[in-house]
Design a protein around this ligand. Structure first.
Ligand code: C2E
Ligand code: CA
Ligand code: CA
Length: 540
């Protein structure tokens, strides 16, 4: 405005101009601060108001600094001032609009960029960069839609690593990460057209293969198997994890996403459960297995209420003398409809749906109450499932059961398997220590079937190792089995832990064990499990 020739008809007030600039700067700063720093939900609105205040302050107060006197007619008539003014105004307006437009498009571009980055992050797994569960679900939706439209077929493949947990536990999380990253990059490299692999979480992956050709599918599965079965170099050693693969076909096995996913999972679990198979295709019989497990769980629940459960006891003796020192409580379920259901059948079902907690409580209370009434104070061994072992109430349950039944704590021995411990060694150790403080002893059950690390033995204060019955079969003839038994016995001696051999069925086995100096034994040869009355432990 200063540039427009108004001649001596105009005067400017400098303090007002200063004030207008100051206000413009102050409100402008506040507006930017508010936009960039504030976490307020309405910050954009507030910033806008402040920015309007900045413009209004600068403009209107600035304009008020100008004082004009009467404009002369001469200026109005001759001057091209209105034209100049008009052009200047137009240019300024255009500039303003252009700047606004430009900043808007810059803003838009950065926004699109960060959106893309966020989308990438949201759809990919941070460790392996494979698509994650969210993008897997999207992809599957898309594939199903396409297949329905075009009438094509595809396979959904569930993949679960076998030894990942063990590697993570024994070698550390860094090694576990290397395993995942290596396998993920092998997957990425092997992918061809119409193939897709995602990491669903943990050591769980899923793949999609778009074809109806069984040979092509087989070749794809072979590539997956190779990716998970090849050794993985980590620092100066190698690990091999292996895995289980389950397949469900669209539309043969299912036409909706949920069912397809469930059925691929079912097939995968079947492959996992079967030691001879690593790949399984879904079969309708697998649904039957699940239905059957559900029915069994429902029956088991009422079995507790109807009193269909009871306890048998199996004798434990000193091998050298044959002297009885204890009994192991074994749960029995006699169902009017199903007959005798073996614990190996119903315990896993109870573990899966949490029923093992009330069930285990019943076993402990009943066994302790019965043993408290035995005429001879033999030791009582009670099995604990891993689920029970990590239950926060276990300590209180053991303590209160001992108090209520009056069983001397030194008579109770709890049997744990290594699977109970491996999940969280630190916590497991704390639980074991607290329970031992009560005066209760702890035995390691089924030794030789699980991870069987010497490390576990060394770091846990076990009172007894129970050598798994599977070693007995070979001990008479197979020198390998005998060698293993011998080394476990030697280990027990050096660590000062008593070893009990389970599953002794023949006199020859007993003889070999006696020769090797095994302390204690249990098995059909010495005594079959039976109820306390039959065994003469308590009056009928
Ligand atoms: P386990 O703890 O290893 O129990 C020993 C199993 O071996 C028992 O089977 C017993 O009957 C069987 N057995 C004993 N001597 C011999 C033998 O000489 N030869 C053979 N072949 N077998 C022998 P059972 O009673 O069928 O129990 C199976 C498994 O079920 C147990 O294995 C244990 O893991 C679980 N179980 C049983 N009762 C309970 C319980 O109250 N709680 C929990 N959590 N698990 C239980
Ligand atoms: Ca046992
Ligand atoms: Ca056992």
């Amino acid at each position: 405005m200063y540039a427009v020739e108004f001649g001596e008809h105009m005067a400017w007030s400098l303090p007002t101009i200063a004030l207008s600039l100051l206000l413009g700067i102050a409100f402008g700063t506040l507006s930017l601060q508010c936009l960039l720093r504030s976490t307020n939900r309405h910050r954009e609105f507030l910033a806008t108001v402040l920015f309007v205040a900045a413009i209004a302050g600068l403009h209107f107060i600035g304009v008020s600094a100008m004082r004009t006197h009467m404009m002369s007619a001469e200026l109005m008539a001759t001057g091209n001032a209105p034209v100049v003014l008009g052009v200047a105004l137009a240019i300024t307006t255009l500039l303003l609009v252009a700047t606004g437009g430009n900043s808007f498009s810059i803003d838009d571009a950065t926004r699109a960029e960060s959106y893309e980055r966020m989308r990438q992050m949201a759809l990919h797994d941070a460790l392996t960069s494979l698509p994650n569960r969210v993008s897997f679900n999207d992809h599957l939706d898309q594939v199903i839609e396409d297949a329905k439209e075009k009438g094509t077929q595809f396979a959904l493949i569930g993949i679960d690593l076998n030894k990942f947990k063990e590697i993570n536990d024994v070698r550390g999380h860094a090694a576990g990460d290397v395993v995942l990253v290596t396998i993920a990059s092998r997957f990425t490299e092997m992918l061809g057209e119409g193939e897709f692999v995602a990491r669903l979480g943990g050591d769980e992956f899923a793949a999609v293969h778009l074809t109806s050709d069984p040979d092509e599918l087989k070749a794809f599965v072979a590539r997956i198997e190779e990716a998970i079965n090849l050794p993985i170099p980590i620092e100066d050693y190698e690990v091999t994890t292996g895995g289980s693969v389950g397949l469900a076909l669209f539309p043969k096995d299912a036409t909706d996403k949920e069912t397809l996913v469930t059925r691929a999972d079912l097939a995968m679990y079947r492959a996992k459960a079967d030691p001879l198979r690593t790949v399984a295709y879904y079969e309708p019989a697998m649904d039957e297995t699940v239905r059957e497990a559900r029915a069994l769980a429902a029956d088991l629940k009422t079995a507790m209420e109807k009193g269909e459960l009871s306890l048998h006891y199996q004798v434990q003796t000193a091998i050298a003398t044959g002297e009885v020192f204890g009994y192991e409580a074994l749960l029995r379920w006699t169902s009017p409809e199903r007959g005798d259901v073996p614990p190996a059948r119903f315990i896993p079902v109870a573990e899966e749906n949490g029923l093992i907690i009330p069930l285990g409580e019943w076993v402990l209370q009943t066994a302790c109450a019965q043993a408290a009434k035995w005429e001879v104070p033999f030791k009582l061994a009670v099995n604990l499932s891993p689920v029970q072992f990590f239950h926060p109430d276990l300590y209180r349950l053991v303590k209160e059961t001992l108090e209520k039944t009056g069983l001397a704590p030194a008579r109770l021995e709890l049997e744990l398997t290594e699977t109970s411990i491996i999940d969280d060694k630190q916590r497991a150790l704390e639980i074991v220590r607290r329970i031992k403080e009560l005066g209760v002893s702890i035995a390691l059950d089924d030794f030789g079937t699980g991870y069987s690390s010497i490390d576990t033995l060394r770091s846990f204060p076990f009172d007894r190792i129970k050598l798994d019955g599977s070693f007995m079969q070979g001990i008479e003839t197979n020198s390998d089995a005998a060698a293993i038994v011998r080394s476990v016995l030697a280990l027990g001696r050096t660590m000062n832990i008593a070893v009990l051999a389970e599953g002794i069925e023949t006199p020859r086995q007993l003889e070999v064990l006696r020769g090797e100096g095994c302390v204690a034994g249990q098995g059909f040869l010495i005594g079959r499990p039976a109820c306390a009355e039959t065994l003469g432990l308590q009056p009928a």
